[in-house]
Design a protein around this ligand. Structure first.
Ligand SMILES: [Zn+2]
Length: 130
């Protein structure tokens, strides 16, 4: 699942109650929204996941929520954070915002500037035999 990378700000989170979690579980019939496999709730850890991440403009409403394995969380979170960071970079670049704290890569000191070539002293063409 991919979304258009657009920085829209993070949506505020509502409280997740047991009733709300059960309602979301029932709506998805216990199927993980990330890997689409049935969650065995008695043996596997699971939680309510936002299908479209809040930081990517997803709403904290029941239609945007679904159950997910804890093991599926890591990959989805990484992809969501990456997409959100990319969207923020694009927005900053588009607006011409530069990072004032960005450190430049240190360069080695420059070699002293060479002066023009000096002519060599004249050499005798023939050496006298001694
Ligand atoms: Zn899963």
């Amino acid at each position: 699942m991919s979304f258009i990378c657009e920085d829209v700000g993070t949506t505020k989170r509502k409280k997740m109650t047991k009733t709300r979690a059960l309602k979301i579980w029932e709506a998805h019939k216990g199927i993980c929204v990330t890997c689409k496999q049935v969650i065995d709730a008695t043996r596997e850890d699971w939680f309510i996941e936002h299908i479209r991440a809040l930081e990517l403009g997803g709403k904290d409403e029941d239609p945007n929520c679904g159950p997910a394995h804890m093991s599926c969380k890591k990959d989805k979170d990484a992809a969501d954070h990456s997409a959100a960071a990319q969207a923020k970079r694009r927005k900053a670049h588009h607006l011409g915002i530069k990072d004032p704290n960005r450190k430049r890569i240190p360069q080695p000191p420059r070699a002293p500037k060479r002066e023009g070539k000096k002519p060599l002293p004249p050499r005798p063409l023939f050496q006298k035999a001694s």
